[in-house]
Design a protein around this ligand. Sequence first.
Ligand code: ADP
Length: 519
Amino acid sequence: MLKAIKDYIYQMIKLHSLRSRIFVIVLLVGIVPSILMRYAIVENYEERAVRLRQESMQDLLSTIASHLVTNNYLENYLLTDQQTLANKNVINAELEMLSGMYDGRILIINSNFNIIRDTYGLSEGKTVISEEVIKCFQGERLFNYDDQNGFIELTTPIVYTVPREDGESDSVVRGVMLTSISSDSITETMRILYQQSLTIEMLVIVFIVSLAFVLSYALTRPFNKVTAAIKEVKEGYSDEAISVPDYVETVQIIDAFNELLREKRAMDDSRQEFVANVSHELKTPMTSMKVLADSLLTQPDAPVEFYREFMEDIVSEIDRENQIITDLLSLVKMDKKVQDMNISSVSINDLTELILKRLRPIARKKDVEITFESNRNVVAEVDEVKMSLIISNLVENAIKYNNDHGWVKVVLDADHQYFTLAVGDSGIGIPEESLAQIYERFYRVDKSHSREIGGTGLGLAITKNAVLMHRGSITVTSTLGIGTTFQVKIPITYNPPKTPESKETDKSRNGRGKFMRKA
Ligand code: ADP
């Protein structure tokens, strides 16, 4: 249990599981935008609030600057007559109101850089020579927002219009208003905004994490179902075809698995059937031998001829048992891999001639005539032993299942890709309903007849396997009572199935010539 939890956490961290990936994706898609949105809202508010504050301040300060000009505030600030004092009081009240409203300080500086008015009353009479003041005298308005110390600073020129001799007029900066106001209210609003959005964000995060958890669980559930279903089959609790129709992907996985299962079961069935058939076939000669031996034992006084006859029967049963075992071994060899193919260039004409020469004495016993017709000289890339089995099995059958005084005709032909070997006979033929089964192991059309003539029912199974290993094909046509023709078609150039190992062999094969010459 602890290990399972550890594995789960490890998988989550390493993002090896689909569930952890879905979890992380939903988390990122949900949380990142909400964090970005919070920053965007707060930052945007700050910029907008500062800009609005600047604009409203600048409007008010410009109005006051024009009042200063109309009242000659800069020139008359030292005068104490009634009228000047009254004008000064009005302007001072405006300045006080403005600085009170924005929690700020306003300095009025004349062209000698003297501070003639300070709303805080601290610096009047002092001289101020700072960059922003000098620049403002040159007509440049400056604006500075110091978010660290929480104030906004701006300069406003006090501009006089001086008439020129040519009737035009010049704008001359004769004073500067240096204003600094507190930005605490903006900072405070930002703090509240930040806190509120943080609270909302926390709620969003809780929601997104829960959603990510639920989604990652729900979306991967069908895959867990697939694993559970496959496990059940593996452990033998169920042998039904399984189904998880939740997603197209799970349907595809399950279909592939069911197909595999079907193949495995078919293989199991055929293996079982094969073992049962082998046991049966091997038991039959044994039973005969036992019967023969038993009958000899029960007759101790039996004449010698009797013994001899029974012994001959026992020997023929042993021969038969031997034949079955030899055939079985050939078949097992055929079931091996492509790598076991021992490919070389073989003259099919010579090979056929050799096999026919070996079989002619057997044919002669039934007075069956064997002819070989070769339309071309064929040299092909084949496994010589397997090719010999193909030819000899087909010709042997053509002789075995022939009538006395019949014929067997072997025809070899080729095109630029394949060679064909047809073995025709004038024999007993194969019933149509048996044609599909003759390649099955131990299948015989007429068991007793086949047994009489020494058949094991394995010959055509071996032949077909050998043909398929050469990537060829075998076909049969037969008419009952008239005869049968088997035709084998095999590529002249051996063409192994495409496996990673075989690709290399392929390369080395390129460049070899064709193995066919005109006869
Ligand atoms: P067997 O060892 O019995 O000959 P095979 O696998 O070679 O086994 O053949 C399977 C069956 O197909 C044979 O038992 C026989 O009935 C039938 N058969 C094969 N070849 C011929 C043929 N040329 N003519 C008629 N029947 C044939």
